[in-house]
Write a protein that binds this ligand. Structure first.
Ligand SMILES: CC(=O)N[C@H]1[C@@H](OP(=O)(O)O)O[C@H](CO)[C@@H](O)[C@@H]1O
Ligand SMILES: [Mg+2]
Length: 558
């Protein structure tokens, strides 16, 4: 790093002093916190992203300013790698270090050291770094975006491009497309969704299920960016009747009593929904539209709040069923290739969903909480489907498998088998790979895939819900003085520390039929999370509370 570069960093970092006492960690999904405290963090992540771009031959990097399902006064920042996936975990320690550097001098010295270690060259007249910046609808987004721009700009020769208000998955999709040399505007994103959706609709079998009447889908937009974007998309879709509520334009507050996180955790209807909607198919997005859950109000409902929830596990099961059906058609072809379909869940997956998926004959593997972990494991399969119970997930197609599908599709057409069942199955799989976001979980593409599959098999939401019955579960969180005192095994199902707590948890679990419980420190909030499952709701609740009690007695409570 030369003198001019150092001077540039020192000068810009003086604009963003770090708030006293601020201690941040990149965590499960980037930095998050009170928006008022985040300018220095976002500025520094701007620097990191420019360096990341340089390290990868000036590939485009994405920065998303969002705090997802958290309250509107919070904000956060996450980095998209050129593949559209999350920032490589190898760079997370550097992100932590620079976010917490206490002075401009310390910051510059950390950067110097890192640039040297990584062999990054700055400003040698070749193409500089390129960073695309997106943000959600939070009012703090605009000033944080400026901080990011200054951060990027302080690495000589770098450009930051503001691509506007977007959902998180849109940004990841656009970054991926850009680096693959494909058309990468927001318009292209919408066009891609509507074309592949249309293609899947056209491939719905004519006989049998075509009596299916398209019923209206009610969408809860969490008063955020997702509601607005799905409104934009609606115009280009046929065969879908959408009513969008909580778009944020009618005075509602982002994520307050609305959105996928609220509905999934509380199992109650979001604001704007009620008894008038009994039996209707409803979907809820989160604040940055990377999560999706479905729900309906049961017809025998006596209260106007309780919902039947169809969470990420149930969406995963529906997707798995559909994909498997298409693969079975191909596998009937003796020359067909034996494809590897796998599903990835976390410890939060409902036990009944895991039983169901295994009984379908699927390879079920477990990953740590956080989509970066699930994504990695799903990428090992020809087709890997991953979902967190909270509704974040997608379907990944291995490049080599996709090329095999595309070649097969062409061969079948060329040999006069264009109208065969096999050709249709291959075409459906190719269309799914285009529809469903290959970069990250995406509520918009998820809604479209759920809707077309339901039309394809002629199912109502109630019928879909009957795939299996969720075991009653309860999730709670405990505030403790130091959540890092909890250390778990790699699958997060057992606590290694504090010593003795796991034995105590095990003896609680033993008291319940189908009991299962675990604790882990949250990677996004200052809490320890408790999850419990058992054969009745009352039992799941009691188990969760007694485990929470153990957490308090081992760690102390606030
Ligand atoms: C139990 C739960 O839902 N945890 C969420 C939550 O992580 P925690 O590390 O549990 O705070 O936020 C993550 C980012 O959105 C998401 O990936 C994850 O699933
Ligand atoms: Mg989100």
């Amino acid at each position: 790093m030369d003198e001019i570069q150092i001077a540039s960093l020192l000068k810009s970092s003086e604009l963003f002093p770090i708030p006293q006492g601020l201690k941040l960690s990149y965590g499960t999904a980037g930095f998050r916190g009170d928006a008022k405290l985040l300018e220095s963090t976002v500025y520094r992540v701007g620097i990191l992203s420019a360096l990341r771009s340089l390290k990868l031959g000036s590939a485009t990097i994405g920065l998303m300013i969002t705090a997802s399902h958290n309250k509107v006064s919070d904000n956060g920042i996450k980095v998209s790698d050129p593949s559209g996936g999350m920032l490589s975990q190898e760079w997370e320690p550097f992100a932590d270090q620079i976010a917490n550097a206490s002075s401009p001098e310390e910051l510059v010295s950390l950067i110097r050291e890192f640039v040297k270690k990584e062999g990054i060259t700055i400003g040698d007249n070749k193409k500089g770094a390129e960073v695309w910046l997106g943000r959600d609808t939070r009012p703090s987004g605009e000033s944080l975006l400026r901080a990011a721009e200054i951060g990027v700009g302080s690495i000589l020769g770098s450009v930051a491009i503001d691509i506007g208000i977007l959902t998180t998955p849109q940004l990841h999709w656009m970054v991926r497309a850009k680096n693959k040399g494909l058309k990468a505007t927001e318009y292209d994103y919408f066009e891609n969704l509507s074309t592949s959706f249309r293609c899947l609709i056209d491939l719905i079998p004519i006989s049998g299920n075509n009596k299916f009447e398209i019923s209206k889908l009610l969408v809860d937009g969490a008063n955020g960016v997702g509601g607005q974007k799905i409104e934009e998309l609606r115009g280009s879709l046929s065969n879908l009747d959408l009513e969008i509520r909580n778009t944020g334009r009618d005075g509602g507050v982002l994520n307050e009593g609305v959105g996928a996180d609220f509905v999934q955790k509380e199992k109650v209807v979001p604001l704007g929904f009620g008894l008038k909607d009994v039996g209707m198919r409803c979907a809820s997005l989160d604040g940055d539209a990377d999560r999706l859950v479905y729900f309906y109000i049961p017809s025998d409902s006596t209260s106007d709040v309780k919902v039947e929830l169809l969470d990420g596990d149930k969406i995963l099961s529906l997707f798995a069923l559909f994909i498997k059906e298409q693969l079975n058609i191909l596998d009937d072809d003796k020359e067909g290739k034996q494809s590897r379909l796998g599903v990835v869940q976390t410890a939060y997956a409902n036990g009944a969903s895991t039983d169901y998926l295994k009984q379908l004959g699927l390879d079920v593997v477990f990953a740590k909480t956080g989509v970066k972990h699930l994504h990695e494991k799903a990428a090992e399969f020809d087709i890997g489907i991953y979902f967190e119970a909270n509704g974040h997930g997608t379907i990944l197609f291995k490049e080599s498998f996709l090329s095999w599908l595309v070649t097969k599709q062409k061969d079948l057409t060329a040999t006069g088998h264009g109208g065969s069942e096999e050709h249709k199955a291959v075409s459906r799989l190719v269309a799914v790979s285009n529809l469903i976001n290959q970069a990250v979980g995406d509520a918009l593409s998820g809604v479209l895939l759920v809707e077309v599959i339901l039309q394809h098999i002629g199912w109502s939401i109630q019928k879909w819900n009957e795939l299996y019955k969720d075991l009653p579960s309860r999730q709670i969180q405990v505030e403790v003085p130091d959540r890092t005192a909890v250390v778990t095994t790699s699958e997060e199902t057992e606590a290694l520390k504090p010593l003795g707590i796991q034995d105590a948890i095990n003896s609680e679990i033993k008291k319940y039929q189908r009991g299962r419980a675990f604790i882990r420190p949250s990677g996004t909030e200052d809490v320890v999370r408790v999850y419990a499952e058992a054969s009745t709701q009352e039992a799941a609740d009691t188990l969760a509370h007694s485990v929470a009690q153990l957490v308090k007695s081992f760690l102390g409570s606030i």
